[in-house]
Design a protein around this ligand. Structure first.
Ligand code: MD3
Ligand code: FE
Length: 229
């Protein structure tokens, strides 16, 4: 555990916030910053580690091609998606849900070990995530403010890994409305939302096209790791 943690990541949390308050492992590395119950580790992954993870994700996408889900309202999302793990996140006119199979009818590929390592360093060894959602943001893609509440057990944290272009992440409140806070996420960052923050509203306002050369053709990939049931 913690093998890929950045320099200084093994330091104590400093007594400000306890990792277990965020639903994280007691020995999780100290985050760069915490705000509204969200923990952010800047630069968790080095450039070579990002490249290696991207190679793993290319295999995932080869087995389970990206698609643009339709919302309940019949509008295509600007983000392209696929998943790895026991469940994949899916949306169409019937609504949002987790599915056992890709729309083409095959099971989702396994979650790459490079991704699982980060989960276990932050969330502990007890459980593996059921779903690794892969979101691809090409130029102009965004994700409106929403809550993640399609899962059965909110006691597990949600983890996010950012790869490629910078993205402006917005975090709001448990209720709709109110003041929000924005953070730029950059390639290699890891974000964890747990405890009281698990049901907070959040979204991606925009990316900064051309800010990273990690992805061929540009853009941003976000991985979201969740326990589903
Ligand atoms: C804060 N994705 O797929 S990940 C999503 O960057 C989603 O693609 C965004 O929100 C993205 O549902 C943001 C960061 C994230 C994920 C889950 C959260 C932040 C969260 C759950 C609660 C609070
Ligand atoms: Fe979300």
């Amino acid at each position: 555990m913690g093998l890929q943690a950045p320099e200084g990541g093994e330091k104590a949390w400093g007594g400000m916030e306890d990792p277990t308050d965020l639903g994280l492992a007691p020995d999780a590395p100290a985050p760069t910053l915490t705000t509204r119950g969200v923990a952010l580790w800047k630069g968790w992954l080095s450039r070579p580690a990002q490249e290696a993870m991207l190679a793993d994700l290319r295999e995932v996408i080869r087995a389970a091609p990206l698609f643009s889900p339709e919302t309940r309202w019949g509008k295509k999302m600007s983000v392209q998606m696929t998943s790895a793990g026991r469940y994949g996140w899916y949306s169409d006119r019937r609504g949002y849900r987790y599915e056992r199979c890709h729309p083409r009818g095959t099971e989702w590929p396994p979650i790459p070990p490079s991704v699982l390592t980060i989960w276990h360093a932050v969330a502990g060894p007890a459980r593996a995530p059921d779903c690794c959602l892969v979101n691809l943001y090409r130029e102009g893609a965004k994700m409106g403010l929403h809550q993640d509440r399609d899962e059965a057990d909110f006691s597990w944290p949600v983890l996010s890994v950012s790869l490629g272009d910078d993205a402006l992440f917005r975090i709001g409140n448990l209720e709709r409305g109110g003041k929000t806070e924005s953070l730029w996420l950059t390639s290699g960052d890891v974000l964890a939302m747990g405890g009281p923050a698990r049901l907070v509203h959040h979204g991606i306002d925009r990316t900064r096209p051309g800010s990273s050369d990690l992805l061929t053709g540009g853009g941003r990939i976000n991985l979201t790791l969740r326990v589903v049931d």
